[in-house]
Design a protein around this ligand. Sequence first.
Ligand SMILES: [Zn+2]
Length: 614
Amino acid sequence: MTNITEFLERSWVEKVAEYRVCKWTGERFPIYEKDIEMLTRISPSVGNVKLDISLPTLSPQARQMRRLLFRNETNFYKSRSSKTWEPMISLYAPENNVKVFEQKEWWQQDWDPMDFWFEVDFSKSINAQFYELRQDVPRVNMVAVDNENSEYSTGTGYCKNCYLINSSEECEDCYYGKLFQNCKRCVDCAYVYDSDKLYQCLNVKKGYKSMYLHNSSECSDCYYSDDLIGCDHCMFCSNLRNASYCFENTQLSKEEWKEKVQEYLGTRTHIAAALEKFEQVIRQKITKYASVVNSENSFGDILIDDKNCVFCYDVNDSEDCRYVNVGVDVKSNMDCNNIYMKPERNYEVLGTIGTYNVHFSTFIFNCSNLLYCQDCHDSKNLFGCIALRNKEYCIFNTQYTKEEYEDLVPKIITYMKETWEWGEYFNPSTTAFPYNDSLAMEYFPIQELVYLQDWEIVQRKMLHASGKWVVYILEPDKIISRAKLDLGGEEKIDIFWKTKEKEIGIPDNTYFVEAKDLAENISDESEEIFKKAIKCAKTGRPFRITPQEFYFYQDMGIPLPIYHPDVRYYDRLAYRPERALHVQSCEECKKEILSVYESSKAVYCEECYNKKVY
Ligand SMILES: [Zn+2]
């Protein structure tokens, strides 16, 4: 970080106000003047009282890790509803002992979240009280808003006929992957926007009928290519603009092109050969320092049409944001993840749609002026509430008058300053997800696992921290075990850890087929496959083919996949650089730039890249 900070100060982009030591990681991190300006600007007011947010005690990375501990996107369990005992799939392992209702049951009017009310207790920590409420109030089995026939998709809204996608809005017939926005018929993709008929694509905007296409926009019929804009009928191409019928960046006639591409489409052998060539395309392409397109005063990665978005990743059509990851059409937010549909003035929030002035909260939909809330919809002016809909002026699910609310909330904040809780997101020990089920595991993988039953030994070991990220597992015999996370800083973190993998959706009497026995061509497969489970060629984990994806493969002429969806998911994400910045010099003009690539890769600054590409 120091390196980056010096670079930012040298280039007059950011100025450090002070340095702090992260409680979790022990690393020194800067608080920039603009961080303070932003916090001052978006600090909430209750009645006439402005509640100034305290400066962060964790580094930006640790803050993100803490939020992501509260999000599970891909690990589902066979469970039963706590209301009807009917079987359902759930984000929560049954061993977790939390009350969970199936989505429809959760929305029914026959139970009232206000029945779980209590009055704030000024002798206990606020986090502990929120945790008590969270243990009592039923949660919803999947996080979804107005989806149709998409029960295996969490973290999604307004989707229809989708399966195993997450972080997605307004999609139809999309299967497997993350961050699909306004897409149709896209399979095995990540970060795709306004697209139709894509397969194995990454970071594509306005794409049509393409496969293995990365970092491109406004393209159709493009294959195994990277960094194309406005192209059609291209294969093994990179850095092209408005090209048609190109093969390995060489212009062919329409007929030549059609004949040539047949060697790389259709059969499993063809596709394997094509993927090898695709690796070369990726290695040899002219790489821009980061995927920042049409964005003013912005840095991070995968930024499209932004203004003043810094330390941001996967953010588009947005303005004035700091440390935001995955945001669509957002404004004036800091330290947020997965926020969509015009959220504004939010701090330390995760998983929201249409929020205004919401702080320290998670899974909030169409709400304003909320503090420390979870799973609330269409409400305003709430503190410490869970599962409320169409409510106002409540604290810990208790109804107050406007005057009472405006009197009590500032008192709670004053108390939270005394208990060092104000300005901090929820305590990690209050999440219902084991670390390795949460999104934290995807972005912050653990470097070492130590199984220990003796708490004394754990404490002694932690004193000799190795600098690695270590998880000490305290109850190795349990499926969900208590654990301590040691990131090298002063504070060790209480978390949970899942000790066993579980498969769902594979009945006991299923007939298994080895990946190597699958047909070369989709036309040689039949609907018989729906009765079978395929054993992943990499991990041996069984997985099934759904009818809708089968018909997609038929339509696109793609053979059946041989890898488990999770393997496909992580293989795809491995193409993207880590969410971290490095000071690099441009390969051409040697100018210093902030790149998402490490020095082992040659990168170009905006000007040199444009000269080379256009
Ligand atoms: Zn340059």
